[in-house]
Design a protein around this ligand. Structure first.
Ligand code: 5GP
Length: 232
């Protein structure tokens, strides 16, 4: 092969590799759910996953009745809505799942998720165990669920204090709820202890890659390939 051919060949393989992993048209989309008690590092891991463009993950933006924190942007972190609007959306069947968490309502709008999955792309959810159960009931094997644990309760408390985004009351409530949430770890497909952020991130990527390769998600793609293979 001359130089130009090699360059062309490597461009082609790079492109087809990208198409396989980032834009898998023939694969069923995955709903990747991350749950954890507040302060276990889930938000940071979510951001790292979204920043890795090659992974082509789209975040499902929840609606919530919680007050916006100063660090949050409406329409990016959440859509902040009134309780009246939340109830209207829920009663009209516009939410794929919903739950009351720390005295506020949270829910996942159905339409954007359906649109992403219809394109054969994957959707990332940051929701609690109550929502996870509902999504699993509705989506079956299309849902892949991961629970993130803090390395210790002391570390969880320290992270919440460092964040200093909540009132003392709200923080005490979050710590109390954390114990209940942690007890739900067996509801999940995978559990990651976040004692090292980079390792936790690498584990998440390994889970995503393996799940994307699961045979039932790729049946159509493989069927076509095997038909061609056997016709040779
Ligand atoms: P925070 O108020 O700290 O942003 O979130 C509190 C909890 O609500 C977190 O555990 C988060 O995963 C969960 N949560 C956020 N959005 C949703 C949602 O749309 N549905 C459900 N069920 N839980 C959510």
């Amino acid at each position: 092969m001359d130089r130009a051919t090699i360059t062309h060949y490597s461009l082609l393989t790079t492109r087809s590799r990208k198409t396989m992993s980032a834009n898998p048209i023939h694969r069923r989309g995955i709903v990747l759910i991350l749950s954890s008690p507040s302060g276990a590092g889930k938000t940071t891991l979510t951001r790292m996953l979204l920043q890795d463009r090659g992974l082509d993950l789209t975040l499902s933006i929840s609606v919530t009745t919680r007050a916006r924190r100063s660090s949050e942007v409406d329409g990016i972190h959440y859509s902040f809505i009134s309780q009246k609007r939340f109830v209207a959306m829920r009663d009209a069947g516009e939410l794929l799942e919903w739950a009351e968490v720390h005295d506020n309502f949270y829910g996942t709008p159905r339409a954007p998720v359906e649109e992403i999955l219809a394109q054969g792309r994957d959707c990332l959810f940051d929701i609690d165990y109550q929502g996870t159960r509902q999504v699993r009931e509705k989506m079956g094997a299309d849902a892949v669920t991961v629970f993130i644990l803090p390395p210790s309760m002391d570390e969880l408390r320290a992270r919440l204090e460092r964040r200093a985004e909540d009132t003392r009351d709200a923080m005490a409530r979050r710590l109390e709820n954390a114990r209940k949430e942690i007890a739900r770890w067996k509801d999940y497909d995978y559990v990651i202890v976040n004692d090292d952020l980079q390792r936790a991130f690498d584990d998440l990527i390994a889970i995503l890659r393996a799940e994307r390769q699961r045979r039932p998600r790729r049946d159509r793609e493989i069927e076509q390939f095997v038909a061609k293979l056997l016709s040779e």
